[in-house]
Design a protein around this ligand. Structure first.
Ligand SMILES: Nc1ncnc2c1ncn2[C@@H]1O[C@H](COP(=O)(O)OP(=O)(O)OP(=O)(O)O)[C@@H](O)[C@H]1O
Ligand SMILES: Nc1ncnc2c1ncn2[C@@H]1O[C@H](COP(=O)(O)OP(=O)(O)OP(=O)(O)O)[C@@H](O)[C@H]1O
Ligand SMILES: [Mg+2]
Ligand SMILES: [Mg+2]
Lengths: 227, 227
């Protein structure tokens, strides 16, 4: 499903060069449930942005679901993203002027789904994350954890081939964390490939494989025993 | 230091009323180190915004460091906040167009500190959080955890009477979490009152007292054994 080879990503800031990803190779098969761990600044979000076709890289190649996506145009990336990838960002990225319901419907608008079907599927997703009673609210009228749950609902609503999540349980209490990890496990059991960043070992234990980053390199790769 | 009595906060959204804080009374003495826990949506950030004079409440009273702050004007709140309170938000709230260094200097600009002293004190704070090598970067050029560390540096730079932090270690790996909690413990040992929201029991163990919210009410209040 995901075949990354020798990927290098360099940031140029104020005359300095920072190698954010250094010769990273990673294969994730269809149906896997992989977590990405590593210290602050080790390259996890950079990796997720590249996997999610939100950012380009300087060297290497990326094949997603059989298609070479190493150098797509912006339009082509947007099209593949909408069709194949559900993305939960580290900083929510909800549209502040739209209601919760409209935010969750957004990926389906791009995919030209009918208004009636959008509404139904958005409500199902919001019920899954426990927020069906907040549909008329705006993002600045809900708590941090609630924003994150809206972001998750939005990411699953187009039934993506791959669900990518950067710290999806970062702002959630333990009870909600369990509920969200169960949703991810159910999606995975249905065939969705799931890749998530987490810095909490307890959360990684709900996944099936843990890859660890350090200073922009992939340093470790382990299966989880009894996920 | 903090004396909150019978505080009630109601949000009115689209015709509905939500009691976000319901008859909350809380006393925090000078020099305490208190963590606030509770499920997603239970009122923790609402509580922190009121404690930090960033938001008003509908009933009750709030005395901060001997001063009745229940109904200050916006200018008066800004003045008390800048002088007495260091605040770390749940969503960083850094100025996107300023450099890291300028962001950390900002509270001192308001307090009319000289440019030379601002620079020195900002560098000391950034070294404490391990980011002295990122001073020229902008917020969108650093990782999630790095943003949070900049926010912490900014909160401590005016040597506030009370340091308030909403999920300060939320996006940080375990090593950085320990470093940040040690900074908070050092500040507390020097006499700073610290109040922080966390959803992680391990992190709350570094504090001295845990108050728990549920559905907008204070439900529990325990000292930590052997912090
Ligand atoms: N500006 C607002 N307008 C309307 N309702 C709000 C607003 N801010 C918060 N709320 C509601 O008030 C309740 C408490 O929110 P709060 O942000 O204090 O929760 P929290 O304990 O910080 O949650 P989390 O752990 O998810 O960050 C929630 O039900 C939320 O939807
Ligand atoms: N837009 C950018 N411009 C310049 N440097 C960047 C940019 N984004 C990230 N970096 C740098 O690249 C490195 C990796 O950042 P990244 O956001 O991938 O880390 P991370 O593992 O997600 O960290 P965290 O756990 O703190 O979120 C960091 O040193 C960061 O400062
Ligand atoms: Mg990150
Ligand atoms: Mg909150």
């Amino acid at each position: 499903m995901i075949d990354l080879k020798n990927v290098k990503k360099i940031y140029h800031t104020g005359g300095e060069e920072l190698i954010a990803l250094n010769d990273v190779s990673l294969q994730i098969k269809k149906g896997e449930f992989t977590s990405i761990m590593g210290p602050s600044g080790s390259g996890k979000s950079t990796m997720m942005n590249i996997l999610g076709l939100l950012d380009r890289f300087d060297e290497g190649s990326y094949i997603l679901n059989g298609q070479n996506v190493s150098s797509l145009t912006d339009n082509e990336s947007a099209h593949v993203r909408n069709k194949e990838i559900g993305f939960v960002f580290q900083s929510f990225n909800l549209m502040p002027r739209m209601s919760i319901l409209e935010n969750v419907e957004l990926p389906m608008v791009y995919a030209k789904v009918s208004a009636k079907e959008r509404h139904e599927r958005a409500m199902i997703a919001l019920e899954k994350v426990g927020l069906a009673n907040r549909v008329k609210h705006k993002p600045n009228e809900i708590s941090g954890g609630q924003k994150q749950r809206v972001a998750i609902a939005r990411a699953i609503v187009n039934q993506p081939a791959v669900l990518m999540a950067d710290e999806p349980t970062g702002n959630l209490d333990s009870k909600t964390t369990l509920e969200i990890m169960k949703i991810f496990q159910d999606l995975n059991a249905d065939g969705t490939t799931v890749v998530m960043v987490t810095h909490e070992p307890d959360v990684a234990q709900y996944t099936k494989r843990i890859v660890s980053f350090k200073d922009g390199r992939l340093m470790d790769d382990q299966l989880v025993e009894n996920p």
